[in-house]
Design a protein around this ligand. Structure first.
Ligand SMILES: [Zn+2]
Ligand SMILES: [Zn+2]
Length: 384
């Protein structure tokens, strides 16, 4: 008996007992015949008997895939993307009947009903949208639930880099998380994780959500400042990872949000894995307890000789180099100190001398307090 007539007789045997749709019937034999269309083969094998009403295996799911295609189209209509991935969920009873029939007739090496439904949905969706199926790194991923007829969509995060200049005092760098969800994202905060937008983080987030859509934005800052500090020069670099963006590409130009200037904005592959090294130029306004002797201030030059040692409460010790020092007496008990220093030096503690040695108070031998500190520029090291 030829391969095909053998298959016809097995198919007829099955059809005597079970009603199967073209798609399910064809699937049982298409691999053996090296055919790509299960449906056409099923139709051919049905020659002597017509498909009655309900497929024993899939309960006519294959006839209703257009409904699930529509769910996929609807859920992705607001997203801009080129590639997609798909996962499906079907009733276990469908898988059980498929397995049962395959073992009963010893049909091996054929596609499961689940992978065949997935393949069909991919065919339909690609035909309709011309998007590319990418199983490894898709821009959006559908989870089609054929049990409860729903479709979930997840969009791969994007990361942007930029710099901000803060020329007005009073904005804190970070935004407080939403009270209701502690930043995870909930209905109250529109899934952003923050409910207010009155900080640097909030202002940048607002711009990002308007530009790309998305739920939460997770920031990586290159250093930090006080609410009362200015950030000038080319600004402070930051990275923001945007979850579930609607758009993945857009033209980014310099922009001002809440008097915060954003520049150098660009989409990048990912946020840095470890903290970046950087150098800040910081202007510190310092007041002293006793009157300042200008001769005395000269001792500040020594700050550039040895690294400053910083101790944290945790016991962690680190060293920060100061490369250049400038100072200017501004009144009888106040002066400004401008330093060019390795990023991460805790300025207020450095002035007082709180677990930072040598501190300014110690060097000048009088109690010193930091009134204000501004960042004149921040340069990221090339050899990061
Ligand atoms: Zn079927
Ligand atoms: Zn919330």
């Amino acid at each position: 008996m030829s391969n095909y007539s053998q298959i016809t007789s097995t198919a007829n045997l099955i059809l005597k007992k079970y009603d199967l749709c073209d798609q399910c019937l064809g699937r049982l034999f298409s691999k053996q015949l090296r055919l790509s269309s299960n449906k056409l083969l099923g139709k051919k094998l049905h020659k002597n008997s017509t498909f009655q009403s309900k497929c024993y295996i899939c309960k006519n799911l294959f006839c209703n895939l257009d409904h699930f295609l529509k769910l996929m189209l609807d859920s992705s209509s607001n997203y801009t993307f080129k590639t997609y991935g798909i996962g499906i969920m079907i009733k276990p009873s469908i898988v059980d009947r498929d397995d049962f029939l395959r073992s009963q007739y010893q049909l091996k090496g054929i596609d499961s009903v689940k992978s065949d439904i997935t393949k069909e949905l991919i065919k339909l969706f690609t035909k309709k949208t011309h998007k590319i199926m990418d199983p490894f790194d898709p821009e959006i991923t559908f989870t089609v639930n054929l049990k409860d007829e729903s479709c979930q969509l997840r969009s791969k995060s994007i990361t942007i880099f930029g710099r901000y200049v803060k020329s007005k005092r009073g904005y804190s760098q970070k935004q407080k998380s939403c009270d209701n969800c502690s930043g995870k994202g909930c209905r109250i905060c529109n899934f952003h994780g923050i409910a207010e937008f009155d900080s640097i983080e909030g202002s940048i987030s607002k711009f990002i959500f308007k530009k790309f859509g998305g739920t939460t934005a997770k920031f990586t800052w290159i250093g930090g400042e006080d609410q009362s500090s200015l950030v000038l020069g080319t600004g402070r670099p930051f990275f923001a990872k945007i979850q579930n963006p609607l758009k993945r590409k857009t033209k980014l130009s310099n922009v001002t949000v809440n008097s915060i200037n954003l520049s150098n904005l660009k989409l990048i592959y990912e946020s840095p894995k470890k903290p970046l090294k950087f150098i800040s130029t910081i202007k510190i306004a310092i007041s002293t307890e006793t009157l300042i002797d200008s001769e005395h201030l000269k001792k500040l030059k020594d700050l550039a000789l040895n690294p400053i040692v910083v101790y944290e409460k945790s016991g962690k010790r680190s060293e920060k180099k100061i490369f250049q020092v400038k100072y200017k007496k501004t009144s009888k008990n106040a002066f400004t100190l401008t330093i060019w220093a390795e990023g991460g030096l805790p300025i207020k503690r450095f002035v007082i001398g709180d677990n930072v040695t040598p501190g300014i108070s110690k060097i000048l031998d009088t109690s010193c307090v930091c009134k204000e500190f501004d960042f004149l520029d921040i340069v990221v090291n090339d050899n990061n």
